[in-house]
Ligand binder design. Sequence first.
Ligand SMILES: *[C@@H]1O[C@H](CO)[C@@H](O)[C@H](O)[C@H]1NC(C)=O
Ligand SMILES: *[C@@H]1O[C@H](CO)[C@@H](O)[C@H](O)[C@H]1NC(C)=O
Ligand SMILES: *[C@@H]1O[C@H](CO)[C@@H](O)[C@H](O)[C@H]1NC(C)=O
Ligand SMILES: *[C@@H]1O[C@H](CO)[C@@H](O)[C@H](O)[C@H]1NC(C)=O
Ligand SMILES: *[C@@H]1O[C@H](CO)[C@@H](O)[C@H](O)[C@H]1NC(C)=O
Ligand SMILES: *[C@@H]1O[C@H](CO)[C@@H](O)[C@H](O)[C@H]1NC(C)=O
Length: 818
Amino acid sequence: MGQPSCCCCTFLLLLSVTLCRGQRLNADDGRSSCSRCNLQLFCNCSHSRFMHVPLVTDRALALDLSFNNITVVTDDDLAGHRLLRVLDLRGNSLSVIHPSAFDSLWSLEELDLSNNQLPALNHSWFRKLEALQRLNLLNNPYRYLGSPSVFYGLIRLRRLAFGGPALEELRRGDLCGVTQLEELTVHGNNLSSYDSGALADIWPLGRVTLSLHGPFLTNVPLASAVLADVSYPETSVILKDLHLIGNLSVQPLRESARGRVRSLSLQNLSISDEALVGFLVVSDGMPLTTLSVDGLTLTGEGRLEHASWTDHRSMDEFFVRKLVVLDIFKFVMTAKMNFLLQYQRKLSFIDSKLFLFSCQTIQLMVSVQYLDLSDNLLTDLTLGCMLCEKDGLLKDLRVLNMSGNILKSLSTVSRLVAKLTKLTHLDISRNSYSFMPSSCSWPSTLRFLNISRAKLTTISPCLPTSLEVLDLNNNDLSAFTLPLPALRELYLSGNKFLRLPSGKLFPNLQTLTIQSNTLNTFGHSDLRSYRRLQTLQAGQNKFICSCDFVTFLRSQFKGDGDVKLTDEGDSYVCDSPLYLQGEPVGRVRLSVVVCQRVLFVSLSCGLALFVWILICVLLWKLHTFWYLKMTWAWLKAKRSSKVRRRRKAKESSEALLSFDAFVSYSERDAGWVENFLVPELEEPSGTDSDDMRSPQPLTLCLHKRDFIPGQWIVDNIMSAIERSRRTIFVLSENFVQSDWCRYELDFSHFWLFDAGGDAAILILLEPLAKDNVPKRFCKLRKLMSSTTYLEWPQEEERREEFWRSLRSALKGEDEEDS
Ligand SMILES: *[C@@H]1O[C@H](CO)[C@@H](O)[C@H](O)[C@H]1NC(C)=O
Ligand SMILES: *[C@@H]1O[C@H](CO)[C@@H](O)[C@H](O)[C@H]1NC(C)=O
Ligand SMILES: *[C@@H]1O[C@H](CO)[C@@H](O)[C@H](O)[C@H]1NC(C)=O
Ligand SMILES: *[C@@H]1O[C@H](CO)[C@@H](O)[C@H](O)[C@H]1NC(C)=O
Ligand SMILES: *[C@@H]1O[C@H](CO)[C@@H](O)[C@H](O)[C@H]1NC(C)=O
Ligand SMILES: *[C@@H]1O[C@H](CO)[C@@H](O)[C@H](O)[C@H]1NC(C)=O
């Protein structure tokens, strides 16, 4: 009994231990996850203090893990990321990467491992990355690349960067497998050992960037060997952070000259006079076409006379930015500089605190077509000195860029450049122009004028009509009234325009930019005035989102119309009405009530009218008016009858019955009444009767004859009925279907005929079914069903019978009464 239970216990114990361990492992392994992925499956997990590679969806195409605290990449951290194209791990504290950590990244095209703590590179990392095109290994503490070559097998590699402050040696074969590159970057500031030819197998090579600060200073043969390996005519050579002091330190550049490098770029260069002369000597006759120095510190005095014999005729372009002369007071530039300046077609001296070029120096620049003096300290005065009255000065100049200086007077600059007879482009943006004189003189060739970022408030005919491109962005303009017939592009962003300028001024305008103004609206008619306009940018304005505007803009976004809105749809934002403020116009939905106000009002009015008419028709159909009128008449008649009766009662107790019968009939049946009824009853002739006893004449009340004229008809009827013993109704189709007046009359009869069936005698002139009587004559219908009626016979012989019945009906009652 003890054994099985013990077994059971052991099993349970094991199970619980396993479970516990599973949990702990999970907790231990508990990798945080990152779900900041956008629709393009770019997952941005940078700056998140991850200590490990977080869990990210397998479908991610790009994974940015830069600037975290990841120290290790294990073999299954990135397992399953077969689709990943970009992996960015720079700026972590990576020191360990498992040899097969990247094995599943078959699609990886870009890998950045820079700025980490990798003490050594392992060739196993990259062995499966056949799709890799860009690899950055900069600034890790590895001292050498190691063999076998870590890049072996990266057949698609096009951009490679390696090295750092710790890199000490480059061996032959270290770059084995790297054949052709668009870009190679080597940081070798502390390089102390280089096998000649280590970089020589890379060809073609588009661009090489070398940081060889240390070797240039201390190990000239090494620097020379490196440069010799990467200098080809079609390769752009970029050298960073050089500090060149003596003649010796420039000797490595001899290798570039030997390699016939055509484009040399120096970034962050500090150079002494001696080194400068040395450089000019080294590059003497070199086919260098472009020399660019970005960040140039001159430590000497500018004494270049020892190099004045050198030949730089191939140098087409010379570019200097951020020139600093350390000792400006000793700096003289004594040499005749024409050996240097007469050949370039493109000259740039940018952001160098230049306030003056002497007229003589400018005179040397005989070939220059493009002169960029932007971001300096030129003033109207010094510009006047530079562009002095000398014949042929800058005679080939096409483009003059003086953006970002402290020029103030447009008339001065226009007068000075007017002598440049080939000038087409003038950039005087970011200066202090605040006033435009009424007329200016410009070169007739001027096509392009940039006066953006000034303080202009008005436009004047100072602007030349030859302009094709005019940039007036970021001024204080609010109106444009000058016709510029040749203008193709006009930039007016950042001004104070309330409406689009009239298109009639610019018959050739193709591009208009008017963002960030105070435009309230624009529409089809505005655009139609521009005959050639193709693109328009008008976002970031103070739009009033009226219906017309919203509809117009939507159709523009859809591509209706000839003009394309090329800025982002979301930059068109409503400023008013208040409830739409900040809403992108494209997303605004305005209701029909707001948009079709006139239509809506007229529609609802129309609808109301229609309903009203419908109700009226309905009431008319249901004879409501008739009923109302009749009820009113009845009430009125009732009252006057009561009054009458009271008066009568006062006069005599006996009611005076003056008629035997009141005859009610339709006007159309008047013939019958007058021709038959009246003669028969009022003047009876004994002759036509066999009855010996001639019937007594009866008195009839006929409305035509006996009603008191001037009295209200209903009153007349009331009193007639009251004064008559009987009421005879002559019924026919005419009676029930006849005109309205008669209806009222007859209705009144029935209504007033309180006595009911016994006082009424109905005569039917023609057969009349009770069902043919309209429903609203309910009294008549009732009478017809309760009272027997006499029918007027068509046959002559039966008429005697009829009269007798009628008379007896009239009389019979009489007898009963008496
Ligand atoms: C993460 O790294 C940053 C700098 O990269 C450091 O300042 C911070 O202390 C590190 N945090 C942790 C938790 O290691
Ligand atoms: C530069 O190299 C020397 C040895 O050649 C080494 O001692 C020194 O630490 C290196 N400098 C840096 C910043 O790694
Ligand atoms: C320029 O180069 C010097 C070495 O010559 C270096 O110390 C400095 O940090 C560099 N400056 C920049 C902005 O890279
Ligand atoms: C600079 O050095 C080169 C070779 O080392 C030499 O031929 C040349 O004369 C030197 N130039 C000057 C100005 O010392
Ligand atoms: C002039 O220089 C400025 C600033 O460097 C630049 O933005 C502009 O494009 C240049 N103009 C021309 C016409 O090259
Ligand atoms: C005009 O100058 C500004 C500032 O230098 C520049 O940003 C802009 O691109 C120039 N305009 C044109 C049309 O080149």
